[in-house]
Design a protein around this ligand. Sequence first.
Ligand code: ADP
Ligand code: ADP
Ligand code: MG
Length: 459
Amino acid sequence: MSKLLIANRGEIAVRVIRAARDLGIATVQVYSDADKDSRAVQMADETINIGPPQAAKSYLDIEAILKAARDTGADAIHPGYGFLSENAGFADAVADAGLIFVGPSGDTIRLMGDKAAARAEAKKANVPTVPGSDGVIGDMQEAAKLADEIGYPVMIKAAAGGGGRGIRIADSAEEFLSLAPQASSEAKAAFGDGGIYIEKVIERARHIEVQVLGDGEDVVHFHERECSLQRRRQKVWEEAPSSALNENVRDKLCASAVALAKSVNYKGAGTIEYLYDDETGDFYFIEMNTRIQVEHPVTEMICGFDLVAEMIAIAGGAKLRVSQDDVAAKGHAIEVRLNAEDPANNFMPFPGVVGELLAPDGPGVRFDHMLYPGYAVPPFYDSLLGKLIVWAEDRDKALLRLKRALGELQVDGLATTKPLFEALLESEDLRAGKVHTRWLEPWLENNLNRIKQKEGSNS
Ligand code: ADP
Ligand code: ADP
Ligand code: MG
């Protein structure tokens, strides 16, 4: 591989450029009209415009991206996360054009990116799944019968869903029969695929996921991350390792992830997501993300590997450069997602121009972001500006370090989620690790004043 085109934007584009440069690979950054002044465009060796701001006409336009690769002579494409990263047709088109796709094959994405199909693969590999339907729902009445057997509440999920979207909860058969068709037509509109399936709702579960890397033959895991702090089923705060697991469960969880990835000859970086019931010690597979994830840095901080560089090397034909014994986890890492949103105002998106910017620094601190003073955050995309990641010897020290780093961070001109994290650091439950996926939302309602007060002391 000699020239890598980045088919993405924002902080992940910056992250991929850095990894490529560390590997001595030249970079091409594509950009929409809205991103011509982005940090990734400023950093890349070459840049090329791929269309107007609307993602459908730029970052999601397969033809435009392939043409950009041809015009610049790139021989590989990194899809980042979101956009086309889990689009099997895109992976196929890249391969058909004679280029390297930095990720698994289109066939693997088809198998594991379809959430209903992936459940079947997990079952085959003896990985426990959430009780639910076998594959997508055909007949609604049949599905309602199954939901009765499973017991309400049940979750209705889009097979092609992601980013917390396309999920509904039904509390009764009546609700199920009215929500399911609605969910299906919404999934069709949002993901181009109306397939839905059902799962039992696991109450008070924790979200725990395992990072894997495969080279098509061997698979190595990089331990787990916990992402239980969620709003609208989107992660806002992630940690590694999880504070909920004992060594026995941890070993079983990581082994099951490796078994599943091996069973599909997984090639590239991937994440196997689970729900974990810390009362019973049971875990259940929910999905696999066949790409690099937003929260990969917490794993890099505890394991000491550059996962993005490794996935690029594997795509370029390298075998895994590490064996499982080389991957030790050390200390504790926490990541918080800095979004251009006002946490005191129902997380209203807050595009605007960055004023003064002070980035946190010092021992154990990493700030992966796309900001610079004067940068105008465009209103067209995801509100993620960057991620603040801290590492320390243990969780208590990491919490202290997060407080210190947030104190150093100053982003003028925008509302951000910084005050949310300052307020969260005062939560006894969170400090004690007593959280689950439905913990954050009620906490937000009960702590609005605390967030407002933090916001006030920042401005
Ligand atoms: P992560 O675990 O990496 O946070 P998410 O599922 O939250 O994964 O997705 C990361 C990014 O990808 C987010 O910006 C999200 O909005 C986007 N995304 C995920 N799945 C899809 C999808 N099917 N279609 C469009 N965007 C998606
Ligand atoms: P996405 O593809 O949007 O990331 P996931 O299937 O990974 O969707 O689920 C996102 C989140 O929704 C999980 O992290 C969890 O908080 C919640 N969730 C998903 N499935 C269940 C379930 N069966 N029971 C309870 N919560 C669930
Ligand atoms: Mg998920």
